[in-house]
Write a protein that binds this ligand. Structure first.
Ligand code: UGA
Length: 453
């Protein structure tokens, strides 16, 4: 199917690339010139497993191309995805500016289409408050006399696993008030639903036990939009819940890792998203929890639980900071090495990363900072300059008074900790993700301070 994708961030790029790999003809619209230049050459502007290979294969095959011109991209598209950014303001309100300009461009493109073209479906992929697609439907209707359909199709992929999640989603959610729109999206996703493709490299392998067909949840646009916010808010709630249990474990002398395993084995609770630590970051949970809270408020509803989730997450990293302050008192003049800058492993994304916030605070306390990350150093350099960035974790450890594990990249877990102990000046390792093998570090003569244990 002829498909246009407006906005080539994580969501737009992963969706467009995978759909082209399954045989659809996809054009991505990107207005950032630097990103566009890379995409045109088939080079990914972000680090994401499998993306480079898939991009190149489909650009070379002529199934995938990129442009800054909405008109040409949407000229004969049957499906037009909107996957632009929806940042939140200081007051947690969602900023619709990029959506608004996407709608204006789509209107222009529709107005230029021949009468004979099929009625396209405009699909909202960006994460938005419930009712936004209805609003945009009305807005687009005022800008064009041409027929179009409108659907909401939220995305649940995780950064670092964007391509994997797009090939192997837990579910596909389609919100549309119109059978025809539902039918077009059914056809677009048919190969993913039936898993009618070989999972040979560069496609990631299909996980064992993957359920086919992939469940498709059909609803109204408003419900589809709410499903997305509710999913992220629920996952964020799980994290803040286990972090509060962790804080209590510290008081009573229990180990939150054991508690998480003990409760997670209850199939009604589940093991995932019960890793206690310094809290969630990234471009989604912090933004979406705040936006949902604001959205509820705009309907006169106070979302009390969500407010607590956000507050627990805000405080969690300062509790961690207090531990560092207490152990190394005074901090002024101390050298601290930071292992991991990305907001989670598998990505170079540092948006809302706890690492940056912590480093800023520590720099204010007069700490000399060194940091490393397998993928995020370039992004970190642009965001926070007051730090020596090194590619070798052992050099980060050299002469440090303490080390902080902020992102649980596997390469950090498997470091030679005896060698690290020999290089460090001090003995403290603060494990912000409860990911290190404490016995191994203790044997090496290091003191591990985790969260909730
Ligand atoms: C999240 C959701 O998991 C996706 O389903 C969703 O599509 C995406 O947001 C989005 O809305 O675009 P993502 O932000 O890529 O995906 O990352 P997650 O793997 O969910 O992790 C988010 C944060 O929570 C990370 O900082 C991670 O370290 C933290 N986390 C996660 C914990 O602190 N504890 C856990 O147990 C799990």
């Amino acid at each position: 199917m002829r498909t246009a994708v407006i906005g080539c961030g994580y969501v737009g790029l992963a969706t467009g690339t995978v759909l082209s790999d399954l045989g659809h003809r996809v054009t991505g619209v990107e207005i950032d010139n630097a990103k566009l230049a890379k995409l045109k050459k088939g080079v990914a502007p972000i680090f994401e497993a499998h993306l480079d290979d898939l991009l190149k294969r489909n650009v070379d095959a002529g199934r995938l191309d990129f442009t800054s011109d909405h008109l040409s991209a949407c000229a004969d598209a049957q499906v037009i995805f909107i996957s632009v950014g929806t940042p939140t303001s200081e007051t947690w309100e969602i900023d619709l500016t990029q959506l608004e300009s996407a709608i204006v461009s789509i209107a222009e493109a529709l107005n230029a289409r021949a009468e004979s073209e099929e009625t396209p479906v405009v699909v909202m992929k960006s994460t938005v408050p419930s009712g936004t697609s209805d609003y945009l439907h009305n807005r687009l209707s005022t800008l064009t006399n041409k027929k179009f359909l409108m659907a909401s199709n939220p995305e649940f992929l995780r950064e670092g696993r964007a391509i994997f999640d797009t090939f192997y989603p837990d579910r596909i959610v389609i919100g549309a008030e119109d059978e025809k729109a539902l039918g077009i999206l059914d056809e677009l996703y048919s190969k993913i639903v039936s898993q009618d493709f070989e999972s040979a490299p560069p496609r990631p392998a299909r996980p064992d036990g993957f359920t086919v067909p992939v469940p498709v949840v059909k609803s109204t646009r408003r419900s589809a939009e709410m499903i997305k916010y509710a999913a992220n808010a629920f996952l964020a709630t799980k994290i803040s819940f286990i972090n509060e249990i962790a804080n209590l474990c510290e008081e009573v002398g229990a180990d939150v890792n054991d508690v998480a395993r003990g409760i997670g084995l209850d199939s009604r609770i589940g093991q995932q998203f019960l890793n206690a630590g310094i809290g969630y970051g990234g471009s989604c949970f912090p933004k979406d929890t705040k936006a949902l809270h604001h959205h509820a408020g705009s309907w006169g509803y106070t979302f009390t639980l969500l407010n607590a989730v956000i507050e627990v997450n805000r405080i969690q990293r300062y509790r961690f900071l207090s531990k560092i302050r207490r152990a190394l008192n005074p901090l002024n003049g101390k050298t601290i090495g930071v292992l991991g800058i990305a907001f989670k492993p598998g990505t170079d994304d540092i948006r809302e990363a706890p690492s940056i916030d912590l480093m800023r605070q520590l720099a204010r306390d007069g700490v000399v900072l060194k940091a490393t990350d397998p993928k995020a150093i370039d992004n970190a350099k642009r965001e926070f300059e007051n730090c020596e960035y090194l590619s070798d974790p052992y050099e980060v450890a050299r002469d440090s008074d303490a080390l902080l594990l902020i992102t649980e990249w596997p390469e950090f877990i498997d470091l030679d900790w005896s060698k690290i102990a020999g290089l460090m000046k001090g003995v403290f390792v603060f494990d912000g993700r409860n990911a290190l093998d404490r016995a191994r570090l203790w044997d090496a003569g290091l003191q591990v301070i985790g969260v909730g244990r």
